[in-house]
Design a protein around this ligand. Structure first.
Ligand SMILES: [Zn+2]
Length: 398
């Protein structure tokens, strides 16, 4: 067992929502939390000082991308990602499982992890048009795949993934799993689940450090029996926490059902992470069913496309109606861009394709998203979560 601990501080009387403290060797993160995504050891356009300013308490980096470039051994020279990217707070690494499968199968078949919910998943969808689809070969022991960077052949097993993640040194690692696609049927998903469960035990056995926690991943696609079997199996293993992964079905109702099947089977004293989810309108449903942690590229990717969060929903800053809009982006926001720039200026930066626009928009969207998570947490602690949800939904338009 590791020295990562989780303490439930408060519970919502009307749901399964809870507010907790995730304690790590690099500090404490308050849950429910959203991890900004630092796929390539950077939250795109922001430095660690700015990350602190926007309220980030934890970030999520990616083992697949960092294994391929710059390589885990190089990162290990810095004592791991904390030293390499100068982020001294808590950190999570994804195992590479999702990338190995999504960048193979998903691209070949033109679907993402959750086709209808998140059509543009994958922070750095790297395959250039015209390249051959890469092949991903799965066997009982692991996965052989080709690099999206240079086409070279690589192999991930549970042991390789853990060795890479130990070199990267994040406070929390994710187990290496087989991430099935929404196109897989129940028979195939069941076979994959058997592998995922065997790999979960191998990931636990492969660990050599006690200062990193490991999250077990529940798979099973949209199938009730498989999801419940997975939650029961993975929930009984000595992980420091758990994550719900894979295809969450075709609709938000499917996502809610999967959470209701799985979360009651997991131990209450460990944190639960919902992988790849984090749009504001999806957070309440998950938190109220007992999710503590999220990660999502949406706030940062939206920002780079000029899609900005406001209490009334998403706003497209390119829109001509902002040409002479001399007000702040969001009068209620406390971020530096909202205090110092007008919508007209932000629009100009995007229309002119100026780099500052991406950074200011990212600062704003993360300030909004992380402030939103804090309001939810405060609502749980004060017993007002229902009121926080009602006041958010009264204004927010999807
Ligand atoms: Zn702002």
């Amino acid at each position: 067992m590791s020295n990562i601990t989780f303490e439930v501080e408060a519970e919502d009387p009307a749901s399964r929502a809870r507010a907790g403290l995730l304690r790590t060797p690099h500090g404490t993160a308050r849950t429910p939390l959203l991890c900004p995504v630092a796929t390539q050891a950077t939250v795109k356009t922001l430095d660690p000082h700015e990350l602190r300013e926007v309220g980030a308490e934890i970030v999520l980096a990616n083992a697949y991308h960092l294994y391929l470039r710059p390589g885990a051994d190089l990162v290990a020279h810095f004592g791991g990602l904390h030293g390499f990217m100068s982020w001294d707070g808590p950190m999570v690494t994804d195992s590479g499982g999702w990338q190995v499968f999504s960048l193979g199968f998903g691209l070949e078949h033109g679907v993402g992890k959750i086709a209808s919910l998140f059509p543009d998943e994958g922070e750095a969808r790297p395959r250039a048009r015209g390249q051959q689809p890469r092949l991903t070969r799965i066997d009982a022991d692991g996965v052989t795949f080709t690099s999206h960077i240079d086409g070279s052949t690589h192999r991930f097993t549970p042991e390789v993934s853990i060795a890479v993640q130990e070199k990267l040194g994040a406070d929390l690692m994710l187990a290496f799993d087989e991430c099935t696609s929404p196109l897989h049927d129940e028979a195939y998903t069941a076979q994959a689940l058997t592998r995922t469960h065997q790999w979960a035990e191998r990931c636990l056995a492969a660990r050599t450090r006690d200062d990193q926690g490991l999250l077990g991943i529940i798979q099973g696609g949209p199938f009730e029996a498989l999801r419940k079997a997975s939650a029961a199996f993975i929930g009984n293993l000595p992980f420091e926490g758990f994550a719900i992964g894979g295809s969450l079905g075709a609709s938000k109702d499917d996502m809610r059902r999967i959470l209701e099947w799985t979360l009651p089977l997991l131990p209450d004293q460990r944190p639960r992470h919902l992988l790849g989810i984090g749009e504001p309108e999806d957070i309440f449903d998950a938190v109220e069913r007992g999710i503590d942690m999220f990660d999502c590229v949406a706030p940062t990717r939206h920002a780079r496309h000029g899609v900005l969060y406001t209490p009334d929903g998403r706003l497209m800053i390119h829109n001509a109606r902002f040409r002479e809009d001399f007000g702040p982006l969001d009068p209620a926001c406390t971020c530096y861009p909202c205090a110092n720039f007008t919508r007209a200026y932000l629009r100009h930066l995007f229309v002119a394709d100026e780099l500052l626009g991406y950074r200011l928009a990212t600062i704003h969207n993360l300030t909004f998203a992380l402030g939103f998570m804090r309001r939810i947490r405060d609502g749980i602690v004060s017993g007002q979560l229902g009121e926080v949800r009602r006041s958010f939904e009264a204004r927010w338009r999807q």
